[in-house]
Design a protein around this ligand. Structure first.
Ligand SMILES: [Zn+2]
Length: 232
């Protein structure tokens, strides 16, 4: 089961955006085969749980796709969909010089890559891969699975402690965040983008902030202005 499904026209459906009435209407009027699961392209059936939670379920039983793959595919789809709503064409698996980006796009003369990282990787590797993107003038953001994020922020903490404080823990504490590495995680339950410093934004707000240059580093990564509609 999933909160999300996709129509055969490529539109993402989010079961959280319905209320009881519109969900009821939708369940009555959709056509089987017109909605697909993001994980495996199986037919999706809109359902309501006994606790009144709205969700999509596979028409024929369970899904064989691994949870990590489901997370990866769903995150990718939600981000690409959000970019296309802004009229931005994203390319998947774009090959550059010594890099392959999960999601690549260009906007206002700038190049962007979004890496959706599910497998473990050392901090050293993150920094090295980030450097390769920098060399191609591509701004790259890393979106991890939560366990990966936990491990790498720990490593970032040790890295800062060693580099900036000679391994003596400062009284002000350490924020495990690096200017050279914009890194966050995508919650596998609500698909919000989260990180240190109570960073917590929906994918639409996050994507708006990326293309409007509103994600800044000030001791840690944050959004300058969360209200992306006023154009400030
Ligand atoms: Zn599936």
């Amino acid at each position: 089961m999933s909160d999300f499904a996709v129509t055969i026209d490529g539109e993402i459906l989010d079961s959280n955006l319905y209320d009881d009435d519109s969900w009821h209407d939708f369940k009555k009027n959709y056509g089987i085969g017109n909605i697909k699961m993001i994980c495996c392209d199986a037919n999706a059936i809109p359902k309501t749980s006994i606790k009144f939670k709205r969700f999509f379920s596979h028409q024929n039983g369970e899904c064989a796709t691994a949870p990590e793959t489901i997370w990866h595919k769903t995150a990718k789809k939600l981000i690409i969909n959000q970019l296309s709503k802004k009229g931005i064409m994203a390319v998947e698996e774009k090959i550059g010089f010594k890099w392959i980006a999960d999601i690549y796009f260009e906007f206002n003369g700038k190049k962007y890559a979004i890496e959706i990282q599910r497998s473990p990787q050392t901090l050293e590797t993150y920094l090295e891969r980030q450097k390769r993107y920098n060399n191609s003038n591509v701004e790259t953001i890393w979106l991890l699975k939560h366990p990966r994020y936990k491990t790498v922020t720990k490593a970032i903490g040790y890295y800062i402690l060693k580099k900036e404080y000679d391994n003596k823990f400062p009284s002000c504490g350490i924020m495990p965040s690096l200017k050279s590495l914009p890194i966050f995680y995508i919650d596998e339950l609500d698909f919000q983008i989260k990180g240190v410093g109570k960073f917590d934004y929906s994918i639409p707000n996050f994507i708006s902030a990326v293309v409007e240059n509103k994600i800044i580093f000030d001791r840690w990564w944050k959004l300058v202005n969360t209200n992306s509609t006023n154009g400030l």
